[in-house]
Design a protein around this ligand. Structure first.
Ligand code: ATP
Ligand code: 5RP
Length: 314
């Protein structure tokens, strides 16, 4: 057991896929081992007040960033918090809840990296950056089916929030250790969620697995679907792991073996070999379950980092 909980941050704009990724990782690590906190709960104003004030939920002034920071510090040292609850159905606040952190804590939300104090508390920082067209499709589907909005209302909200997205949300990408971007293949711009590629920007802010052994070898089998490239992100040199939407189970398994060489106990949590594996499964907007190997690879990499950190803390 680690001495203190391991904190994973997942930040990105609305409907960028934060909840989907958080739940997937929690299923892999075992839901009893994971506490998920959504920072929407720290909105300063309810929906009516925001409309009256003309402020969006994306604006730092619309959120209790100081309380987020304080709660992150408490969670990191294993202490409980009394957390507010924002109710997306009513647009109001429910009574707060008492939360004791489990072994792994995932904090997902809009503004998680916007203060230095908050940034310093995470063990691993992920930023989700799907192309804006894909995010808009996901948001329209999710908000019309699950949050009671009309398509016109969602489009209007996306347009109205764009200045805040640009000023406050997207700059947080620079603070992340891993930038995850699912994107549709060029030949299928009308994407199917099943075929999405993923680009994983790996900043040298945390030690990543050594992918070169399998990517640089004469392993043409793997390189047809998985490539490691040198690039720049926000002006800084990074490695980028590109996983093709057509990647096969066998190809992802090879990467899984590589990660398990470095962190053997990874296999106890996530394995494509497992009979009832949950890895790479995503519940679509209409409730159907999709299997995505690029998502499986993303979950494997993040879980690898969390388990490695947990081991370091022992
Ligand atoms: N990797 C993915 N593959 C396919 N579909 C996805 C993926 N991630 C998210 N989606 C779709 O996008 C929708 C929005 O995702 P999600 O609810 O996870 O976003 P979010 O960032 O948590 O949003 P918010 O901050 O507004 O609560 C989901 O309902 C799902 O259908
Ligand atoms: O960007 C969002 C993150 O989920 C929500 O729109 C934000 O939390 C405000 O909620 P609501 O749409 O219920 O007013």
């Amino acid at each position: 057991m680690p001495n203190r909980p391991i904190l994973l941050g997942i930040v990105g704009d609305s409907a960028a896929g934060k909840t989907t990724l958080s739940r997937g990782i929690a299923q892999i690590l075992g839901e009893d081992n994971v506490t998920i906190i959504c920072t929407d709960d720290y909105h300063r104003y309810d929906r009516t007040q925001r409309a009256e004030l003309g402020i969006s939920a994306l604006h730092p002034d619309c959120n209790y960033l100081d309380i987020i920071q304080q709660h992150l510090n408490l969670l990191r040292t294993g202490q409980p918090i009394l957390k507010p609850i924002y109710n997306h159905s009513t647009g109001k606040f429910d009574p707060p809840e008492y939360i004791k952190p489990r072994q792994f804590v995932i904090i997902e939300g809009l503004l998680g990296y916007s203060t230095r104090g908050a940034r310093d508390t995470y063990d691993i920082k992920v930023y989700l950056a799907p192309p804006e067209t894909l995010r808009a499709q996901w948001k329209i589907k999710r908000d019309t089916r699950k949050r009671g909005y009309t398509e016109e209302q969602v489009i209007k909200q996306l347009q109205g929030r764009e200045p805040d997205s640009e000023q406050f949300i997207r700059p947080q990408r620079q603070w992340s250790d891993i930038v995850v971007s699912f994107y549709p293949p060029q030949d299928h711009p009308e994407q199917s969620d099943l075929l999405l590629n993923v680009s994983l920007v790996l900043r040298p802010t945390i030690p990543h697995p050594d992918f070169t052994r399998i990517i640089n070898s004469e392993n043409t089998h793997l390189s047809s679907a998985i490539r490691l490239e040198l690039d720049r992100d926000m002006g800084k040199p990074v490695d980028v792991l590109e996983v093709d939407g057509h990647a096969t189970k066998e190809q992802v398994r090879e990467l899984e073996r590589l990660l398990c060489n470095e962190v053997p106990y990874l296999g106890q949590f996530c394995s494509l070999e497992a009979e009832h594996d949950v890895i790479g499964k995503v519940v679509g907007t209409t409730g159907e379950t999709l299997q995505s190997y690029p998502l499986a690879m993303t979950q494997l990499l993040i879980t690898y980092h969390m388990l490695k950190e947990a081991r370091i803390q022992q």
